[in-house]
Design a protein. Structure first.
Length: 50
């Protein structure tokens, strides 16, 4: 994982997932988790983009 992806995963988790996986179910899950709470979105972004 590059430094840019790490920074994006912390600041904007859905964007980091979108850049790696496009408009898929993973992006929608990341968006939903980030809307519910920022921390679950960050954790999911790190998990998906590992």
């Amino acid at each position: 994982m590059s430094l840019l992806m790490i920074i994006l995963s912390v600041l904007l988790p859905p964007l980091a997932v979108f850049l790696n996986h496009g408009l898929s179910g993973k992006f929608l899950i990341s968006l939903l988790l980030t809307l519910v709470g920022w921390v679950p979105g960050v954790i999911y972004a790190f998990y998906v983009n590992q």
